[in-house]
Design a protein around this ligand. Sequence first.
Ligand SMILES: [Zn+2]
Length: 237
Amino acid sequence: MRHGPWQERRFECVDGPVKKVLPGAACKRRLGQAHERPRAPRRPGTKRRDSRMMEAIWAGAPVSLPGSRFQFLSIESDPPMPSPSSFLREAIEMAVQNVTTGQGGPFAALVVRDGEIVGRGTNVVTTLNDPTAHAEVTAIRRACDALDDFELAGCTLYATCEPCPMCLGAAYWARLDRVYYAATQEDAAEAGFDDHHIYEEMAKPPTERQIPMDQALSEEANRPFEAWLDYEDRVAY
Ligand SMILES: [Zn+2]
């Protein structure tokens, strides 16, 4: 699916004698293409507006329809963004394809900025032998690569499933604006992907976790931080 750029211009009709603003109407066109005719309020018996009026609307100028008491006031507006559902549907289709082509687990994700997909990812854990190759991480990596940035502020993540703790952390590190997901943790657990225990582990003190975590060398541990703080050309993130 391609979400190409397009322009929209709304306009209102002002009834001259009674100064009543009629409900706004809209016309839209894809960039580089001929415009569509407007879906404007039309009085019974009148003909379609001529192209000169359309050109005036696109030029942003108020225009009167010949022989009409209505005046059309052009209003610039932002084009509506594709809905979250449309991106989630695309991700779900990617996830299904990922399974049926043997690429990996039933997960996919998209990173979107300003209505444009800037990163796509599917779960490729088993094909890459990479336990971190979850769909969200893959999509975030590709988006960062495409945008040549280590932050994704202004971007939204669309995931077919509620992110696991690793991917949730990745979303925060990437400074994503927002996350939409379709299936829940519980849905994933029913399919054999239960990450609830990881959330539970995170809430425990390190020494009480299933994977033992022990601290050592606390005296020398700050050397990397000292090096970082001393390094004048460091790139903060
Ligand atoms: Zn994950």
